[in-house]
Design a binder for this molecule. Structure first.
Ligand SMILES: [Zn+2]
Ligand SMILES: [Zn+2]
Length: 304
């Protein structure tokens, strides 16, 4: 497994707040946040919105001939649009699954408590603690570094961020934004083979970008960034809701000198045509911008 060189990003859910199926969202998709990263020999998943349900089915189909299914899930925060798909994630119900689950401590609850309360009675008929899969929970508390060495299935977590020891090491560094009410959200940076991806959803840069975010994302190859609102809607209704405008996303991309920006966490009341207009407006501010849609794939080792 050490020889597998890949850094592939797939979008399974790109919507914010709540799922929006229907004819007006067909091109971008209506599922909430979920991004799959195939990196080295590892399968990493960012958030467990409703998009993770279809991803789970896909992973199970690919695993038909496998003895084990090793996965790592990174949760940004506890809001429903980032967790709603978790109880329906098929690998949880399979004994071959070995899942490392990472997430923040919020309102005094660690990530195991946050997930277990969601997937146990009275909120859900099946108790996650009774499932045959093997689950290991890791509560993250701010700026940390999670690493996988090329030949090791298990990660190790360092409290200090250091340079990679090995170009084939998969390295995830984190920081916490305080701009998302009430308890903040984790921002993740994934690094492999000299390429870096930053996942910064549920952030609101009303007073400019936070220094920790800029340090984490400086020079990244790909920035997946919250761009929920138009400037008009932000100013009139949505200020302080914890999400960015297209202008905030493009400013962040410029300030961090990233190579490409992906607009993410789309407002559920915006249809495909509205998202197209926002993408066009964003490109005038930051040329290398795309609007995320379900099924979008990006190969980071092919870029540049
Ligand atoms: Zn959200
Ligand atoms: Zn949120």
């Amino acid at each position: 497994m050490a020889g597998k060189q890949r850094f592939l990003v797939r979008f399974w859910g790109v919507r914010g707040s709540y799922p929006t199926p229907g004819p007006h969202t067909l091109r971008h998709g209506g599922n909430t946040s979920c991004v799959e990263i195939q990196v080295g020999s590892h399968t990493l998943i960012l958030d467990a919105g409703s998009g993770i349900i279809q991803l789970g089915q896909d992973l199970m189909q690919q695993a038909v001939q496998q003895d084990t299914l090793d996965l790592a899930l990174f949760i940004t925060h506890g809001h429903g649009d980032h967790l709603v798909g978790f109880p329906f994630f098929a690998p949880l119900f399979d004994a071959r699954t070995n899942l490392h689950l990472f997430g923040p401590e919020l309102a005094g609850h660690n990530i195991e408590q946050l997930v277990t309360s969601l997937m146990s009675p009275p909120y859900f008929p099946v108790d996650v603690r009774t499932l045959p899969s093997h689950r290991t929970y890791h509560t993250l508390t701010g700026t940390q570094c999670i690493c996988w060495q090329p030949d090791n299935k298990n990660p190790f977590i360092k409290q200090q961020v250091s340079s990679p020891n090995n170009p084939n090491e998969v390295r995830i560094t984190t920081c916490m934004t305080q701009t998302h009410p009430l308890d903040g959200a984790l921002i993740y940076c994934i690094e492999y083979a000299g390429r870096r991806l930053v996942y910064a959803t549920d952030v609101e840069w009303s007073n400019g970008q936070e220094a920790d975010f800029l340090a984490l994302s400086q020079g990244a190859d790909l920035l997946i960034h919250d761009a929920q609102y138009t400037q008009h809607d932000y100013e009139h209704i949505k200020h302080g809701f914890g999400h960015s405008t297209v202008e905030m996303a493009t400013e962040a991309a410029r300030a961090a000198h990233v190579h490409e920006l992906i607009l993410f966490h789309h407002e559920p009341t915006y249809d495909d045509d509205q998202l197209d207009r926002m993408e066009e407006a964003a490109r005038k501010r930051f040329a290398h911008t795309r609007s995320a849609y379900e099924g979008l794939e990006i190969d980071l080792l092919q870029k540049k």
